[in-house]
Structures are given as structure tokens and as C-alpha cells.
Design a protein around this ligand. Structure first.
Ligand code: ZN
Length: 85
């Protein structure tokens, strides 16, 4: 990835995409307000709440988790203006 100068932890083709409940779902970090979540290997799955499926910010945020292979939010999230979600 050009933005981080690192090797991506995944390829786009290997990410499994799942649609979550319409308004959001529970996750440990956000409680019931979760609209997107990346589940680490071996599942390598991104879940997006149905209402947010077309929200590029949410989708890019979760893809960045998958690319980095980590669930936390290092500074690159801020640099790419993808800090929230
Ligand atoms: Zn996140």
C-alpha cells in the first residue's frame, strides 16, 4: 500500500463481505452502534450494516483494517481521514 509503505495483510479478493442488520449491530468496541466491523483471520470478514453498505467512509475504514491486518486504529486512519467508525 502506497499510503503506509507496508505489505497488505490481505487481498481484496480474499475478503469475505457480509451484510449486517439494517441500522447496526453489537460489537465490543461500539456497543449496539456498530455499523461496520472487520473480523480478523482466519475469517477475514467485513460486516457492514445494511443502511451503510453504500457509505464509502465505512467501507474504506473496514477495508483499511483488513489491509493492515489489525483491529486497532494506528495514525494512518487519521492521515486518510478514516478515523471514525
Ligand atoms: Zn475501526
Amino acid at each position: 500500500m502506497k499510503a503506509c509503505g507496508c505489505e497488505p495483510a490481505t487481498t481484496f479478493e480474499s475478503i469475505i463481505w457480509r451484510q449486517g442488520p439494517y441500522d447496526g449491530f453489537y460489537c465490543a468496541e461500539m456497543g449496539d452502534a456498530c455499523v461496520g466491523q472487520w473480523l480478523s483471520a482466519p475469517s477475514n470478514t467485513i460486516v457492514i450494516a445494511k443502511r451503510w453498505m453504500d457509505d464509502s467512509h465505512t467501507v474504506k475504514h473496514e477495508m483499511l483494517h483488513a489491509i493492515l491486518g489489525r483491529g486497532d486504529h494506528p495514525p494512518i486512519f487519521r492521515r486518510l481521514l478514516l478515523a471514525d467508525r
